[in-house]
Write a protein that binds this ligand. Structure first.
Ligand SMILES: [Ca+2]
Length: 275
């Protein structure tokens, strides 16, 4: 599944009168990918061009996706130096699909000159979310601000691996020493909820007691109004489970009043469930 597909074709145009042939290879990593069509689960492709010829080149890669997939860019233009060893030049391309996309395989096509490279995207069925399941998983996250090293989706991506904080997952606000911050998730439809699990940063080097969330309110959006259903104060733990009277919710958020370093709000994962 993670194999790299490399297509190599000689480009026939002579390079700057040098009489040689300039070759550009296309590659994609991964060579095919799985996509769960939820708002916070875009998949990414690293699209790469490499000049294997003797002359530097400018090249344009065009990217097209089979309907109903969409891409974050449709062209990748770059200068390709003729260095030895060959120097790959890459761009990250996000692949998205609406939640009603029928499961199946759709192609993303990379083209440069006469070269074509097809990347199959396997759109999967969205797992059903019943009683007790995490309703926040992969859904549309939102925040008052987000630090540049993080994605707003990092707190609903299902990844709770503390070792991957700041590299693959987690949400960190972008307004140091300014509170409150908010972090939440919009549910695709109104649901009954009665439990929120808040995982904050908590590792050997960065314990929750020094770097985690300290004071926050759990709020639900019901009939267009934010209502506080639980309050947490003086927390020093990496995982806080709050239970409350079952209520309908269109969205759930944390209204964060302070953290243990009084600097940043850090959410490893926000989980929401109901009966
Ligand atoms: Ca996470």
């Amino acid at each position: 599944m993670c194999a790299t597909v490399v297509a190599t074709l000689a480009v026939s145009a002579p390079a700057n009168g040098a009489g040689g042939r300039t070759e550009i290879t296309l590659s994609a990593e991964p060579g095919e990918l799985d996509l769960i069509p939820l708002p916070c689960f875009p998949s990414t492709i690293q699209a790469t061009m490499t000049n294997t010829g003797p002359e530097p080149r400018f090249a344009d890669m065009t990217l097209t996706a089979e309907e109903p997939l969409s891409l974050s860019r449709d062209i990748f233009s770059s200068y390709l130096p003729a260095t030895n060893p060959d120097q790959p030049v890459s761009a990250t391309v996000e692949v998205r699909a609406d939640r009603d996309t029928p499961p199946g395989t759709y192609d993303v096509l990379l083209e440069q000159g006469r070269q074509r490279l097809s990347v199959p995207v396997h759109v999967r069925q969205i797992p059903p979310k019943g009683p007790g399941d995490n309703l926040a998983w992969g859904e549309e996250a939102f925040a008052s601000s987000t630090h540049g090293n993080f994605s707003v989706c990092g707190g609903v991506d299902g990844n709770t691996n503390q070792a991957q904080w700041d590299t693959h997952t987690g949400w960190n606000d972008g307004t140091p020493a300014v509170f409150p911050d908010t972090y939440g998730v919009r549910l695709p439809e109104e649901r009954h909820v009665d439990e929120v699990e808040t995982l904050t940063l908590d590792s050997a080097s960065y314990p929750a007691s020094r770097f985690g969330l300290r004071d926050w309110d759990v709020q639900v959006l019901d009939d267009g109004q934010w209502q506080t259903v639980a309050e947490v104060r003086g927390n020093t733990s990496g995982l806080v489970t709050t239970r409350f009277e079952p209520t309908t919710a269109e969205a759930v958020r944390l209204l964060i009043h302070n953290s243990n370093d009084a600097r940043y709000s850090r959410v490893m994962e926000l989980e929401v469930s109901g009966g």
